[in-house]
Design a protein around this ligand. Structure first.
Ligand code: ARG
Length: 469
């Protein structure tokens, strides 16, 4: 790597330097390719800071007006794609400040009074994270709405419920979808909690110790929508647990998304055939003309890796850092951005798939009857009707299932005489509980799979979600 002795010293911090950074120093130091995404937050923070400096008599109103106009002009330039970002200017903060100097001259140099890039970046990053937590919450609610709508439409569509991916007991498609609504509502709650906790302003903590200028941190906190200023200047510039909490919530939500994605992959396979995705959400194979692949579901499943990795990355960046700021913390943003980008895409794609999918009710019902899924209903009938202890009923039912298996018939097609050969007190009333419909209808305990419960729950969710949107 060649040094560039002729490189100019940084115009922002180069006062004590006689030469500029080497090429590799500039390369490793620059974060502009990543943190340029923070331009809106950076300009909002600077505008609030300048207004406060003027209100506190630290800069003149004339200088403040020039700063405000200059920052508005820069926002327009960036918005229109006209802004020339420079690696030599390291990061978004110095890129904007340098441009401000070009536009308004001397007053630009007064903006950084009572401020450091340490509290500046902490503020920008909090504002950004607060915003994406709100967006993730809204996207989760859109997904929950799509799920609740499908659940409402298919509250009574019988499907096999699984444990160990083996047929267990009949449930309904609506009940299965509402299980995800519960999970995603907790995810939304985690983003709301994180958002509330992070809503304190680091601005005015300056480099690490606060400032000798008579600033008003409450004013800038309020202007930026924070509940209050962070109470400790060292914590204000060093804390990144707000981002950790946000990406942790993202990683948990991604885990839920990947489980649902996996179910879509299974359900759309011809071996299950429970669900069909339209052409809009299927892809073909370049060699096998018959294929309809659920690529979007597979990619949602895979995105979980990136999202969980963003939590790992951030955790490891922060681990063991002494107070206060260290440059390590510049690596916080790429991970967080990547995690939230992937989450947004996965949530939107999943909502699209849920809206799109059509369940094959007949296929699901047929599958629900396979695998002796109503064996528990038979055992429960023995308990209820013959007052048998459940453990004995379990053994008797097992023997009857073995008979049916031997005869190659489902339980409700086994002859009464065969059942009576195991337990003579069984009568023909038993058949009423052996169908899959009777089975789900009987699961009317609170939170159970009975269609009446599912319908009520789907409608409760739809009402709650329509109030919140
Ligand atoms: N680009 C830096 C970051 O993202 C800004 C803070 C720089 N502060 C400093 N003392 N070098 O962390």
């Amino acid at each position: 790597m060649t040094d560039k002795p002729e490189a100019k010293e940084s115009q922002i911090w180069g006062g004590r330097f006689s030469r500029g950074p080497s090429a590799i120093m500039e390369e490793i130091n620059a974060s502009i390719d990543t943190d340029r995404r923070l331009w809106r937050e950076d300009i909002a923070g600077s505008k609030a800071h300048a207004h406060m400096l003027a209100a506190c008599g630290i800069i003149t109103d004339t200088d403040n007006a020039a700063i405000q106009n200059g920052l508005d002009q820069i926002a327009g330039e960036i918005e229109r794609g006209e802004f020339a970002f420079s690696k030599a200017l390291e990061d978004i903060h110095m890129n904007i400040e340098a441009r401000l100097k070009e536009i308004i001259g001397e007053p630009a140099g007064r903006l950084h009074t009572a401020r450091s890039r340490n509290d500046q970046v902490a503020t920008d990053f909090r504002l950004w994270t607060r915003q994406v937590c709100g967006e993730a919450e809204a996207a989760l609610k859109a997904l929950m709405r799509a799920l609740a709508k499908k659940a409402d439409a298919h509250a009574d569509a019988v499907m096999p419920g699984f444990t160990h991916l083996q047929t267990a007991q009949p449930v309904t498609f609506g009940h299965h979808l509402l299980a995800y609504v519960e999970m995603f509502s907790r995810d939304a709650g985690r983003f709301a909690d994180a958002r509330r906790r992070m809503n304190e302003s680091p601005l005015g903590a300056a480099a690490l110790a606060g400032t000798s200028f008579p600033i008003d941190r409450k004013q800038t906190a309020k202007a930026l929508g924070f509940d209050r200023p962070c109470a400790n200047s060292l914590d204000a510039v060093s804390a990144r647990d707000f981002a950790l909490e946000a990406v942790a919530a993202a990683a948990i939500a991604a885990t839920h998304l990947s489980r649902l994605a996996e179910e879509l992959v299974l359900w759309t396979s011809p071996h299950f055939g429970f669900v069909k995705l339209s052409d809009g959400f299927s892809t073909g194979s370049s060699i096998m003309p018959q294929k309809r692949n659920p690529d979007a579901a597979e990619l949602v499943r895979a995105k979980t890796g990136r999202i969980a990795a963003s939590f790992d990355t951030l955790l490891i960046v922060m681990k063991g850092l002494p107070l206060a700021y260290s440059k390590d913390m510049q690596e916080d943003k790429a991970a967080t951005f990547e995690g939230f980008d992937a989450l947004a895409l996965a949530l939107t794609a999943m909502t699209g798939m849920i809206d799109d999918l059509e369940p094959d009710r007949a296929a699901m019902k047929e599958a629900a009857g396979r695998g002796y899924s109503t064996a528990t209903d038979l055992a429960d009938w023995l308990v209820r009707t013959l007052n048998m202890p459940f453990r004995d009923a379990h053994r008797v039912t097992g023997a009857i299932v073995a008979l049916a298996e031997g005869a190659g018939v489902p339980l409700d097609a086994l002859a009464l005489s065969d059942m009576q050969s195991v337990e003579p007190r069984i009568d023909e009333n038993v058949y009423a509980v052996l169908s899959v419909e009777a089975s789900v209808a009987s699961r009317a305990s609170y939170g159970g799979a009975a269609p009446s419960n599912v319908k009520r729950e789907a409608e409760r969710w739809l009402a709650t979600l329509s109030k919140e949107s």
